[in-house]
Design a protein around this ligand. Structure first.
Ligand SMILES: Nc1nc2c(ncn2[C@@H]2O[C@H](COP(=O)(O)OP(=O)(O)OP(=O)(O)O)[C@@H](O)[C@H]2O)c(=O)[nH]1
Ligand SMILES: [Mg+2]
Length: 297
C-alpha cells in the first residue's frame, strides 16, 4: 500500500489520479524564498509557457507582499506560439510585465533583462542629493521546480554559472550570480505548494515535469496524457508512433500498441508498460510530439 505524500505504487490506477509532492527540501525552499524576497528589488516569476496559469505559484504570490514582479515564460519552444502570444497579451492587460525566454537559443533574454532593470530602477535605493543609484539592481528568480530558473540565469550570464538538469528539485540552496555590472541575480530552489487540490493543475504540472518521480504514478500519468492527446490532438499519437488509435478500447491498449511498435518488451516478450509510460512522457516533455499549451487563455 502506498501512504502519505509519496505515492509510487499504482493502487489508485482505477480511481482519480492523486498527485502530491512536497518533500522536506521544499519546506526549506519556502523559508529560503521568504528570507530572500526582502533582499531584492524585483522578483522574476518563471512560468512554463505550456502552462502559464497552472505554473503560477499561489505561495509565491502570497509571499511577495508589495515586491514588484516580472513574469518570464520559459520553454516557449515547447509551447504553442499563438497561445504564448495570447497569454502575454493577457498578462500585459492585467498590468504584469512579461517576456518569453527560450534559454536554448537565448531568444528573449535581452528583452527580459531590459524589463527587469527598468522595474528595479523604480525601487533601488538612491543618494538623496544626486539621486544616483546606491547599488546595482538585485533580482531573484523564483518558480516551480524544473521551470528553467537556473537555465535562465545561465542564459542571462552567458556562462554556466548555475547547475541545471532535467529532474525537478536540482537547486537546493540560494546562489548569487553577478551579470557583469548590470544586475545581481539570485538563483533559488523550485517551490510547489503543499496541497495540489485541483487534479487538472496537478496533472499539468506533473506531465510537464515539475513534480518529482515520487509524487505520481507514471503509468496513470501516461494514460491521462494519452487521453488528452486523443481528445484534443487526435492525429498526434497515430502520426508519431504509427499505431491505430482507438480510445474506445482504453488508454492501456494504445500504450500497448506503442510498446509493440517501439519494442518496449520485457525479457519474456511482453510489452513493458512502465517503459512505454516513460517513453511517451519523455517524448512529450522534450517536444518530440510537437508543441502544446495545456492551459487555455
Ligand atoms: N526546451 C527547453 N528546455 C529548457 C529551457 N530552459 C530550461 N530547459 C530545460 O529544463 C530543465 C530544467 O532546467 P533548470 O534550469 O535546471 O530548472 P530549474 O527551475 O532551475 O529547476 P530546479 O532547480 O530543479 O527547481 C533542463 O533540462 C533544461 O535544459 C528552454 O527554454 N527550452
Ligand atoms: Mg535550478
Amino acid at each position: 500500500m502506498c501512504s502519505g505524500l509519496y505515492r509510487t505504487c499504482d493502487c489508485y490506477r482505477n480511481s482519480t489520479m492523486s498527485i502530491q509532492w512536497f518533500p522536506g527540501h521544499m519546506a526549506k525552499a519556502k523559508k529560503l524564498l521568504a528570507e530572500c524576497i526582502p533582499l531584492v528589488d524585483v522578483v522574476i516569476e518563471l512560468r512554463d509557457a505550456r502552462i502559464p496559469v497552472s505554473s503560477s505559484n499561489p505561495l509565491l504570490a502570497e509571499m511577495l507582499g508589495g515586491k514588484p514582479r516580472v513574469i518570464a515564460l520559459t520553454k516557449p519552444d515547447l509551447a504553442d506560439e499563438r497561445r504564448t502570444v495570447a497569454f502575454m497579451a493577457r498578462f500585459a492587460g492585467e498590468g504584469l510585465a512579461c517576456a518569453a525566454v527560450n534559454t536554448r537559443d537565448s531568444k528573449g533574454t535581452r528583452e527580459l533583462l531590459g524589463i527587469v532593470k527598468q522595474v528595479a530602477q523604480r525601487t533601488i535605493p538612491r543618494d538623496g542629493a544626486s539621486s544616483r543609484a546606491l547599488r546595482m539592481p538585485r533580482a531573484m528568480v523564483a518558480g516551480i521546480p524544473n521551470v528553467g530558473k537556473s537555465s535562465l540565469i545561465n542564459a542571462l550570464a552567458q556562462r554556466k554559472a548555475a547547475r541545471t538538469g532535467a529532474l525537478p528539485g536540482l537547486t537546493r540552496a540560494k546562489q548569487w550570480i553577478h551579470l557583469s555590472s548590470v544586475l545581481e541575480i539570485l538563483d533559488t530552489p523550485g517551490l510547489l505548494w503543499p496541497r495540489l487540490d485541483d487534479p487538472e493543475i496537478a496533472f499539468r504540472l506533473a506531465v510537464t515535469g515539475a513534480i518529482g518521480e515520487g509524487g505520481f504514478d507514471r503509468f496513470a500519468l501516461a494514460e491521462r496524457l494519452v487521453r488528452l492527446l486523443t481528445h484534443e490532438y487526435p492525429a498526434v499519437l497515430a502520426e508519431r508512433y504509427r499505431v491505430e488509435v482507438d480510445i474506445s478500447a482504453g488508454e492501456g491498449s494504445i500504450l500497448t500498441a506503442i510498446g509493440e511498435r517501439r519494442g518496449c518488451l520485457t525479457s519474456g516478450g511482453k510489452v513493458d508498460l512502465a517503459r512505454v509510460a516513460d517513453l511517451i512522457l519523455l517524448e512529450f516533455r522534450s517536444g518530440k510530439m510537437g508543441r502544446f499549451t495545456l492551459d487555455r487563455e
